[in-house]
Design a binder for this molecule. Structure first.
Ligand code: BEZ
Length: 211
């Protein structure tokens, strides 16, 4: 069974490079970016975890915790972090989950047997403080992800959780947003006092409400 947007992220107990965690307790009142990667001591993963570490402050500004998972042993992950920091000029602080029995990877559908029987693919789950899954992604081992894009998605998820707007293609924090189709024309001036533009009856924009 695959996990879908809107599902509760299953809880688990895990060994990590920062000790044992209860996943839901680790998330607490934060958002969480849980991402799998194929293996320690591999080149693309080294660049990805270094970039995640270098952007950790940006994730923290958005009240989001990072945590990653692979089927490796904790001792290997701890040795690998030294290489990541050396080669990516980073200071990696977030936990790496060791899932050597693959229980968590199976629970989250992170092993795609027709891609690899032995390694997790590059999944991302963005989970909100209510432990609901708000985004899922799956990339193949050969393609590194864009972690700046994950920050952009967090900005959109957090904005659209609080206001009756959606965000258009390539939207970035501070740019105009789209008024939800369910909002009636007569409701707009109360909800969006900064003004709005009607491009088509179904395409109405307004300045970002929380800026
Ligand atoms: C990598 O991280 O470089 C990688 C891992 C597994 C397969 C291919 C590439």
């Amino acid at each position: 069974m695959s996990l879908l947007i809107g599902d509760t992220a299953p809880n688990f107990i895990a060994s990590t490079t920062k000790g044992e965690i209860n996943f839901h307790e680790y998330i607490g009142d934060s958002w969480c970016v849980l991402f799998s990667h194929p293996a320690s001591f591999t080149p693309v993963c080294t660049t990805e975890l270094g970039q995640a570490a270098n952007l950790e402050l940006e994730f923290k500004k958005r009240n989001a915790k990072i945590i990653t998972i692979s089927v490796d042993q904790t001792e290997d992950q701890i040795r690998w972090i030294e290489d990541i920091n050396e080669t990516q000029n980073s200071n990696l602080q977030f936990p790496l989950i060791s899932d050597s029995d693959r229980k968590i990877s199976d629970l989250y559908g992170m092993i795609h047997p027709n891609a690899s029987d032995t390694m997790t693919v590059r999944n991302v789950f963005i989970i909100d403080p209510f432990k609901k899954i708000r985004l899922t992604l799956a990339y193949p081992a050969s393609t590194g992800r864009n972690f700046v894009e994950l920050l952009r998605v967090l900005d959109s998820l957090q904005l659209t959780s609080n206001y009756k707007v959606a965000t258009p293609v390539d939207w970035k924090d501070g740019e105009d947003t789209i008024i939800l189709p369910a909002i009636k024309d007569e409701e707009i001036s109360n909800l969006f006092p900064k003004g709005h533009t009607v491009i088509k009856p179904y395409l109405r924009t307004t300045p970002q409400p929380n800026k």
